[in-house]
Design a protein around this ligand. Structure first.
Ligand code: NDP
Length: 390
């Protein structure tokens, strides 16, 4: 049977890897329903033509004219603006890959969840800023959430979900990013290019910076807590520079189950898109005899305070993870634009958390998308004001 697939964020790193698998599938196995982008009209149009997409949505209106010109004479329908992203996610599909970056992905991903279909979740920020609400919606609508983050995908593969009482802890692995061995002194001077140069994974700019600060692991900690319904105390993080073991589950009898593979996002993407069946992925095969050694270290939260901040936000609960995420998005964008230094990223996030804690003590979890939008905007403003004052 043909699987109808929508990709939110098709022009990004995860989006392109997903389309690479679609390209390699047997003819007729996969039909592309909808594709979306923020502003990359040229690539979106090329993808629409190659995959004969029924609908494309472009969030940023500035490039609408060039998208329309590129797709004139084709059968692809075009939508512009943030409402069009929701329309793309609402078009009937069997599988939706949620691969928009940041909190901007929340509402479109919820629209996909509302269809009660299989949703491949790469956009971890939507669980970070709206964890309770998001998981509640998944349950209500009967959607199946398939984690695409390699760590969560690994846990999903080895976790006995119907016997939670047997699980002792989850162990998320972290590559440690490009600055694992860099001194704090040198970290003060690292450049945008240094930070974008991840030693193992090839990813989009924002997640590459998050990997360098270890905020990515902090966001993943929060994501894991909501996805697998485990408190912070039952989720450990271990640095594993080779990124061969993608994460582990420890059971009460002492067994530790791990998922291994080459560091290539097409494996977890294929797992999510194919589920419950396995789908072939053209990744380098793991040759255990050629592995020179697998090493593990404790993360250094003094050098990488973002990880501590994320754990504190998870433990504080309520709106704290939403504030953490919003301030981080603003700080990373400012770093990428050369407005702040690398070590300022965590400072901006910590300041936003402190200010919001002093004002509201974070309260309860946001119960409505509008509460999240208000908290998110408020935290962005706090982060902006701090950046301007630095
Ligand atoms: P990219 O930056 O490469 O791509 C992001 C995608 O989202 C692009 O299609 C982009 O469009 C679109 N987009 C950006 N901003 C907006 C917006 N405001 N509104 C609508 N669409 C927008 O990101 P990645 O592919 O690296 O990451 C996507 C998600 O997957 C993130 O949440 C990330 O944390 C997660 N992830 C990524 C991994 C990776 O290996 N890359 C690994 C694990 C998780 P345009 O091209 O037009 O800007």
């Amino acid at each position: 049977m043909t699987k109808r697939v929508t990709i939110l964020g098709s022009t990004g790193s995860i989006g392109e890897s997903t389309l690479d698998l679609v390209r390699r599938a047997e003819p007729g196995d996969i039909q592309v329903v909808a594709l979306t982008a923020n502003s990359n009209a040229e690539l979106l149009a090329a993808q629409a033509v190659e995959f004969d997409a029924k609908f494309v949505a472009l969030a940023d209106e500035k490039n609408a004219a060039s998208l329309k010109a590129a797709l004139s004479g084709t059968n692809t329908e075009i939508g512009i603006g943030s409402e069009a992203l929701i329309e793309a996610a609402s078009r009937q599909a069997d599988f939706c890959m949620a691969a928009i970056i940041g909190a901007a992905g929340l509402e479109p991903t919820l629209a996909a969840v509302d269809q009660g279909i299989h949703v491949g979740l790469a956009n971890k920020e939507c669980l970070v800023c709206a964890g309770d609400l998001f998981m509640q919606r998944v349950k209500e609508k009967g959607a199946t959430l398939l984690p695409v983050d390699s760590e969560h995908n690994a846990i999903f593969q080895v976790l006995e979900r119907d016997k939670p009482e047997g699980v002792r802890r989850l162990i998320l692995t972290a590559s440690g990013g490009p600055f694992r061995e860099t001194s704090l002194e040198t970290l003060r001077k690292v450049t945008r290019e240094d930070a974008l140069n991840h030693p193992v994974w090839s990813m989009g700019a924002k997640i590459s910076i998050d990997s360098a600060t270890l905020m990515n692991k902090g966001l993943e900690l929060i994501e894991a807590s909501y996805l697998f319904e485990r408190p912070s105390a039952e989720i450990d993080i271990v640095v594993h520079p080779q990124s061969i073991i993608h994460s582990m589950v420890e059971y009460i009898d002492g067994s530790v189950l791990a998922q291994l593979g080459s560091p290539d996002m097409r494996t977890p993407i294929a797992y999510a898109m194919g589920w419950p069946d396995r789908m072939a992925a053209p990744v380098e095969r793991l040759d255990l005899t050629k592995l020179s050694g697998l090493t593990f270290f404790e993360p250094d939260t003094k050098k990488f305070p973002a990880l501590r901040l994320a754990r504190e936000a998870l433990e504080a609960g309520g709106k704290a993870p939403c504030v953490l995420n919003a301030a981080n998005e603003i700080a990373v964008a400012a770093f990428l634009e050369g407005q702040i230094k690398f070590l300022d990223i965590a400072r901006v996030v910590e300041n936003a958390l402190d200010q919001h804690a002093a004002r509201s003590c974070f309260g309860t979890s946001p119960g409505h998308v509008n509460d999240i939008i208000v908290t998110d905007e408020d935290a962005r403003l706090t982060a902006h004001e701090h950046i301007v004052s630095l």
